[in-house]
Design a protein around this ligand. Structure first.
Ligand code: C2E
Ligand code: CA
Ligand code: CA
Length: 591
């Protein structure tokens, strides 16, 4: 009773300094008194485990009051067990004892943390909330502890997360989980460049097989394939399914990239036996792209992307390919060239250079070849071999080629005006295979000539062999339309493609341009001389004139003339020139 009455007094004068009661004396009367009952009722009514913890004047904490949920949770009974916090296993196990001491020592009013009770098999998770209560004379520190059971929520989250990280078909980690594993390696303090590699593995011909055998058997094949991949791993390597028939492997490299190659060999071994699908036997192979983790700053996604990039090459060139830094840069550069080129065409930032085509027997200029030039405002001159390829891949060659044709004819008309009459030269304009495929070349060319009132025989379109081989039907139509118009055709880079003699004979080709790769070093190379001789004799038999490209010295020009080659083009005569310089060059060599 003494305690109860002293407590009642405390209510009124809580902060006043009353004589402190001996701590041990109070426990016997803890549930006595109206207020105690009320407090117990209150705390019992709480839907969560709750208790009032006090610290006595000796700094020892005890449970002053607890509701039944708390008793069940902590596995402790007020009626029979000792109230000392340090004697109740639950408090030490969940880390509450330590947190409580710290909390009571600090000035803050409330504190919350996540606790885990690992004493049972499954363990339970709690949000533990501590809030300070006003002190009493016999308990200088008091607080309310509430335990919110998060077990169900956390277990659901964990299983959802596990589900999210797992590929449901094979049971392997998926891309997300794989990336987490790679990030963990990269983020490790002891990460060493070159210690790990990411491999991208692709089952070749899977979509075809899948199509033939049906989705169910296809799934079975994927599972078996995954199993075989797994059997080729060493302990610690991670296999994941990152997409349809694509797998990724995180490989520890003990001996550098050689480990990836060794792995590829083991794969070949395990894939050697055919796969048995119901009553069929299927042989499966795979391609492997490898990217070595070189830098902490790499990201998992980036590594996987690089491995996939190498994989694309592996599909073309052989089973395993290692990503070389810089390959992605090439792709990026292509992209930026495409964007910039589109802009340059629209803004009229391209120009033409004209290279003289010289009759070898007389030294007379018979024509010029128009070559596109791109002087980028920031990057400087970008070489045609770089941007023409991008233009062909992206389709930009269509507007580029249209522009080049118009600009070349404009230049010719400019020369005619300057000279007072049409110059006795023709203009060679390159026509890409893609233009032949996609553009209405016949209409384009006849309009361009008509618009400028230029006679059609003064235009020579340079077409490569690939344009013919790619779609002979279409090429034939276009070339025949040109013939009807009176426009001449040169077969460009002759000797590098595989045009059959039948085409040469059938198509209206006026001129063969012998590729510089046979010409430039011809004098030192008997094979090249033989090829040039053969081309010249074919051209002669078919009634075509010839132009040798890449004539870099006078000796070569003489030799070619002696062999019967009609024209020469090359640095020996002149580099490609701008329109004015080309006109002056022509004037100077006119007679
Ligand atoms: P191409 O049609 O074979 O053009 C001849 C190339 O040889 C030109 O390169 C020219 O500058 C270069 N050349 C000239 N003389 C010599 C020489 O003595 N030695 C060597 N080694 N090379 C010489 P360029 O201007 O860099 O053009 C490269 C290619 O880009 C052209 O090869 C052509 O296929 C393409 N191209 C350029 N402009 C156009 C265009 O407007 N349309 C299309 N479709 N292609 C173009
Ligand atoms: Ca050409
Ligand atoms: Ca050429």
């Amino acid at each position: 009773m003494q305690v109860a009455s002293s407590r009642r007094r405390n209510k009124a004068q809580e902060s006043s300094a009353l004589p402190v009661m001996p701590a041990g004396a109070r426990f016997f009367s803890i549930s006595e008194g109206i207020i105690d009952t009320a407090r117990k009722d209150y705390i019992d009514a709480l839907p969560v485990a709750a208790a009032i913890l006090c610290q006595d004047e000796n700094g020892r904490s005890y449970v002053d009051l607890a509701n039944s949920v708390f008793e069940d949770t902590a596995g402790w009974k007020a009626a029979s067990d000792k109230p000392w916090v340090d004697s109740i296993g639950f408090f030490s196990e969940t880390g509450i004892s330590r947190a409580l001491e710290d909390f009571l020592d600090r000035g803050e009013r409330a504190y919350q943390f996540e606790g885990h009770d690992g004493r049972s098999i499954n363990g339970r998770y709690y949000t533990v909330r501590l809030s300070k209560l006003r002190p009493t004379p016999y308990a200088p520190q008091r607080c309310l502890i509430a335990l919110i059971d998060k077990t169900v929520q956390i277990e659901t989250e964990n299983s959802l997360r596990a589900e999210m990280l797992r590929d449901s078909l094979t049971g392997l980690p998926n891309r997300l989980a794989f990336n987490e594993r790679v990030e963990a390696i990269l983020g490790d303090r002891n990460f060493k460049p070159g210690s790990h590699a990411v491999l991208a593995v692709d089952m070749t011909r899977f979509s075809r097989v899948n199509h033939c055998v049906g989705a169910l058997a296809g799934d079975e094949l994927l599972i078996t394939f995954a199993r075989r991949l797994f059997s080729a791993l060493r302990p610690g390597d991670v296999l994941a399914r990152t997409g349809g028939d694509e797998f990724a492997i995180l490989l520890r490299l003990d001996k550098g990239v050689g480990d990836a190659v060794a792995f590829a060999d083991r794969i070949t071994g395990v894939l050697g036996t055919p796969f048995r699908l119901s009553d069929m036997e299927i042989r499966v192979d795979c391609a492997i792209g490898c990217a070595v983790a070189q830098d902490k700053k790499d990201s998992a996604e980036e590594l996987l992307r690089n491995a996939q990039f190498a994989l694309k090459r592996a599909k073309l060139f052989g089973q395993v390919q290692v990503y070389e830094p810089g390959q992605a840069q090439v792709v990026r550069r292509r992209f930026s060239i495409e964007t910039e080129l589109r802009r340059a065409i629209e803004a009229g930032q391209l120009s033409l250079a004209f290279q003289p085509l010289v009759e070898l027997a007389t030294g007379k200029i018979t024509g010029f070849e128009a070559l596109t030039r791109w002087d980028h405002e920031e990057e400087g001159v970008i070489a045609p071999y770089e941007f023409i390829e991008v233009a062909e891949e992206s389709g930009l060659i269509v507007p580029l080629g249209r522009w080049a044709l118009g600009a070349a004819l404009d230049a010719m008309r400019g020369w005619d005006e300057k000279y007072g009459e049409p110059l006795p030269v023709y203009m060679g304009v390159n026509l890409s295979a893609v233009q032949i495929q996609r553009d209405d070349v016949a209409a384009l060319v006849s309009d361009a000539l008509a618009e400028r009132k230029i006679e059609s025989h003064r235009l020579m379109l340079e077409v490569t062999e690939s344009a013919i081989i790619h779609d002979p039907q279409r090429a034939t139509e276009v070339l025949e339309a040109m013939q009807r118009l009176g426009v001449r055709i040169a077969l460009d880079d002759f000797g590098t493609g595989y045009t059959s003699l039948a085409y040469l004979q059938r198509l209206p080709i006026d001129l063969l341009k012998i590729d510089s790769s046979f010409v430039t070093d011809m004098l030192d190379d008997a094979d090249s001389t033989a090829i040039v001789r053969a081309v010249l004799s074919v051209a002669g038999a078919l009634g075509m004139v010839t132009t040798a490209e890449g004539v870099e010295c006078g000796k070569l020009a003489t030799a070619l003339a002696d062999m019967g080659c009609t024209n020469g083009q090359g640095f020996f005569f002149s580099e490609p020139l701008d329109a004015d310089a080309a006109f002056d060059y022509w004037l100077s060599r006119k007679t």
